[in-house]
Design a binder for this molecule. Structure first.
Ligand code: PLP
Length: 260
């Protein structure tokens, strides 16, 4: 049987991040992808020109249409934009959930443009972190969620992971892609302890869609029945290859996408 994953996220008209990156990742990893779109961005590799929010009722309508028909094996959640959409997604998970949920707490695009209104951080903490099997913040997002300065050591990354676990997530993967280290080292924290996943850092400007790609790749592994550690290992390997291949793409004049 074909494994099915659903992405609940924003559309990137430039094709590099968001729903478009998620569906490319699902496809590349042999998983059937469906989508619930939370916002439309008018965007290219240079930046986000405009955002058009999808009404919460229509987010609900998409969730109900997809989950009432497709046997969903895993969910990835990305850009949500604002609190009313977050609450609609949380209610949808309560109606249809039970499968693994990977929550990428997207706040800012690679171009620096905001993708979440600041007050909605509290809604993510209240409504979605407790419903998530895995939360995948980068260093900036982990700092915002925990209300502490950006981690400057591995011990601080682990401490922030534990703080987010305390908010009700079952596991947290803090991504060290923006860190001080020569390797890109991510730490997975759950009740069993902590495990590090490292890859050599690859110097490139073309990192648009990296967060989306990793969370979707992990959701793909979970949809196929891998355990969490295996899904993170396979997902990280997929992202590392996607970053290494990015410079050969030559898409746009700004931060180009990773390759699928
Ligand atoms: N979702 C949407 C719709 C976006 O446009 C972006 C970035 O531009 C993201 C998510 C997050 O992107 P990344 O995967 O680079 O963190």
């Amino acid at each position: 049987m074909t494994a099915i994953a659903v992405t609940i996220a924003g559309s990137d008209s430039g094709g590099g991040a968001g729903i478009q990156a998620d569906l490319k990742t699902f496809s590349a990893l042999g998983v059937y992808g469906a989508s619930v779109i939370t916002a439309l961005t008018a965007q290219n590799t240079l930046g986000v020109n405009a955002i058009h929010d999808v009404p919460p009722d229509f987010v609900t309508a998409q969730i109900d249409a997809v989950f009432s028909d497709l046997k969903v094996d895993a969910v990835k959640i990305g850009m949500l934009g604002r609190s009313a959409v977050i609450e609609a997604v949380a209610a949808g998970l309560d109606r249809w959930g039970g499968m693994p949920v990977v929550l990428d707490p997207v706040m800012v695009a690679a171009s620096g443009d905001p993708l979440l209104v600041p007050e909605a951080v509290e809604s993510i903490i209240a409504h979605l972190i407790p419903r998530a099997g895995l939360v995948t913040p980068n260093l900036h997002e982990a700092a915002r969620l925990t209300g502490t300065p950006m981690a400057a050591s591995r011990a601080e990354m682990v401490a922030q992971g534990r703080a987010i676990l305390g908010m009700g997530a079952r596991a947290v993967l803090i991504k060290g892609g923006h860190s001080w280290e020569t390797e890109a080292a991510d730490v997975l924290v759950d009740a069993a302890g902590e495990r590090w996943f490292s890859a050599p850092r690859h110097p490139t400007e073309n990192t648009h869609g990296t967060g989306c790609t990793l969370s979707s790749a992990i959701a793909s592994g979970l949809a196929k029945g891998l355990d969490l550690d295996a899904a993170v290992r396979v997902g990280k390997a997929y992202l590392t290859a996607a970053i290494r291949a990015a410079d050969a793409l030559h898409i746009g004049a700004g931060h180009g996408p990773v390759d699928h």
